[in-house]
Design a protein around this ligand. Structure first.
Ligand code: F6R
Length: 591
């Protein structure tokens, strides 16, 4: 989605800081960028289409004079990607500029009214209505900034966070279902969508609650709650080191994060995670529902299989965007396990809210312990894997699986032979899978660059990995990819297979092995090119990717790695930027 930053502090020039902050948060949305600063009582705006570095070079963003300011990177929802729709948006008189993340649902009716009252719109965005309503109350009715903000928040509907700079030097922001965090240091105050926006300057953060309005004025901040009463919110010390958000020796965050997995997989066990309490909730629940979106849904699907197979526990798994349609049957004594790297995904939050209304307990698995999801949960477990900057989820998927494996280990009365906490074994295993890097690069380089379709077959615990691999290939390499439960092949998808097809079979030597070999024979005889990912070779494979030997139930943790690398190298082969896939954003905070 979009990222927003507001800065008010001691610096004489705010622009370079705003540009740097936007670079740190660019993963949230990256089709256009802009900043506004206040200079000698005038608000200056500079903005354009492209990544932060590009627009900064073209427009000299960091040269904009002024000591306080706001900034934005955009992920378009309303209005095309063009300079006019880039934020910040001015009020008619340019005495206010605003940046916004989220969706204003009633913007069309508001726009009609505002235009009738003489306001001239310059963009096609929903966001611009905020600037004009601010103008109405602040300039026309001469309201205080607090009252102006209150009225704006009453008039607009939807899920949003916005930050405005006023020509009197005040920065104000509001949070309604989209994240907004105050960063507090001795020298400066920030209002940001993400702690990464200010972590270089301070690790002290105040996470605004839904409905809060914050005003930064004269080096002080004031927070008003939903009833517009002044409220004190706790200051949280954010634990992340900035170093972990750098690319280091790697060309992209994505490949760096893939390679980090041999370290990050054990991070959930270094955090203060209370697995026992989490598992107690699961043990006493009448029903267990698991939900998540995208990659987090795929890990939930594996969680369901592991719970059933090894802990003999029944659960249901739903994509969060679909879960709301089943909320009528979520009973009070049930538990919802919500999985989300960001903890801010709108579909997840929405479905969890519905389940909570029905009386369900909420357990979450998140990477951001201060996220909205963690804060609305009865218990949460943290992946603790550090910032994941690449838009495609990689190390967070691994962290989610590790937590799910450990839950299953506890719920099965530790009857699995191998605990995921057995550090040496697992780390070695993952390291050996990471050693496949060069082999995977060579395999990808041997592919036709016009590759159109890739199918990934798996059964049982390998099926969620097939789905996850297909998601990675789609988003990183823009190639049509389908994860298929191999048993379903004959029920339809086999019709797609021909000499042009590339089929990856996930085939460790477990109970699914023989059936996968049968399916492989069927596709081989249709002329497809077969990549076998297994611990056993077979003449059926045109390319064999050999997995290290391990306990059979741990193979999902290993087999995903060559597939993540394959997706990355497919993107590189097509000269795409794997860190910033087109049309996507890291944190999908709109429904
Ligand atoms: C895939 C990907 C997305 C996210 C999905 C959920 O690589 O990144 O599919 O997994 O948007 O995001 P979180 O886990 O933050 O709720």
């Amino acid at each position: 989605m979009c990222s927003i930053i507001g800065y008010s502090g001691k610096l004489t020039f705010a622009a370079p800081l705003l540009v740097e902050s936007l670079k740190k948060m660019e993963y949230r949305g990256y089709d256009s960028v802009g900043i506004a600063t206040l200079n000698n009582g005038s608000i200056l705006v500079s903005k354009g289409v492209g990544k932060v570095t590009e627009v900064d070079q073209n427009m000299q963003l960091n040269k904009l004079p002024g000591a306080i300011g706001i900034g934005h990177t955009r992920w378009a929802t309303h209005g095309g990607v063009n300079d006019k729709n880039a934020h910040p948006h001015y009020s008619c008189t340019s005495r206010i500029a605003v940046v916004h993340n989220g969706i204003i649902e009633n913007y069309e009716e508001l726009k009609i009214k505002l235009e009738r009252d003489g306001h001239a719109f310059k963009s096609q965005t929903d966001s611009e209505v905020i600037a004009h309503i601010l103008e109405k109350y602040y300039e026309k009715y001469n309201f205080s900034i607090r009252d102006t903000m209150t009225h704006v928040c009453e008039e607009i509907r939807g899920s949003f966070a916005f930050v405005a700079v006023f020509d009197n030097g005040v920065i104000a922001g509001a949070r309604f279902d989209e994240p907004l965090i105050i960063g507090v240091s001795q020298d400066a105050l920030f209002l940001s969508s993400d702690v990464l926006g200010f972590l270089k300057y301070t690790d002290k953060a105040i996470f605004l609650d839904n409905g809060d309005i914050a005003i930064l004025e004269n080096k002080k901040y004031t927070i008003f709650d939903n009833n517009r009463k002044i409220i004190t919110r706790p200051i949280t010390q954010v634990a992340w080191e900035l170093g972990s958000a750098e690319k280091g020796k790697f060309a992209h965050y994505t490949i760096k994060e893939i390679h980090e997995q041999s370290d990050t997989l054990l991070k959930p066990f270094e955090a203060s995670n209370d697995f026992e309490t989490f598992c107690k909730f699961l043990n006493t629940a009448s029903n267990i529902y698991i939900t998540g979106s995208g990659t987090s849904y795929n890990s939930g699907l594996l969680g369901k299989l592991l719970l059933s197979k090894y802990a003999k526990k029944k659960s249901e798994v739903y994509m969060s965007s679909e879960f709301q349609y089943f909320s009528d049957t979520v009973e009070p004594n049930s538990v919802v396990v919500a999985i989300s790297q960001s903890g801010e995904t709108a579909d997840v939050l929405h479905s969890v809210k519905r389940a909570k209304e029905n009386g369900a307990k909420i357990l979450s698995i998140v990477n951001i312990p201060t996220s909205s999801l963690a804060r609305m949960s009865d218990s949460f477990l943290s992946l603790n894997c550090g910032p994941e900057i690449g838009v495609a989820a990689t190390k967070s998927f691994m962290g989610q699986l590790m937590i799910l494996y450990n839950i299953v280990f506890i719920l099965s009365n530790r009857s699995l032979r191998f605990s995921v906490k057995d550090q040496k074994n697992l780390q070695n295993l993952v390291k050996r899978a990471l050693d496949l890097n060069d082999k995977i690069k060579d395999v990808v380089n041997s592919f036709d660059t016009n590759l159109k379709d890739i199918y990934i077959l798996g059964r049982s615990i390998h099926y969620p990995i097939a789905l996850e691999a297909s998601l990675k290939i789609k988003e990183l390499a823009y190639i049509h990819a389908e994860g298929i439960a191999a048993g379903e092949l004959k029920h339809g998808p086999l019709a797609l297979i021909d000499k042009e097809s590339v089929v990856i079979v996930l085939n460790p030597n477990d109970e699914t092995y023989q059936d996968i070999i049968s399916s492989t024979n069927e596709i081989k005889s249709r002329g497809a090119f077969i990549i076998g990912i297994s611990n056993l070779p077979s003449d059926l494979y045109d390319v064999f990717i050999e997995l290290p030997e391990t306990e059979l139930y741990l193979y999902p943790l290993v087999e995903i790695i060559p597939l993540q690398m394959m997706s990355y190298y497919l993107a590189i082969q097509k000269q795409l930027d794997p860190d910033y896939p087109r049309n996507l954003a890291k944190s999908v905070t709109v429904k």
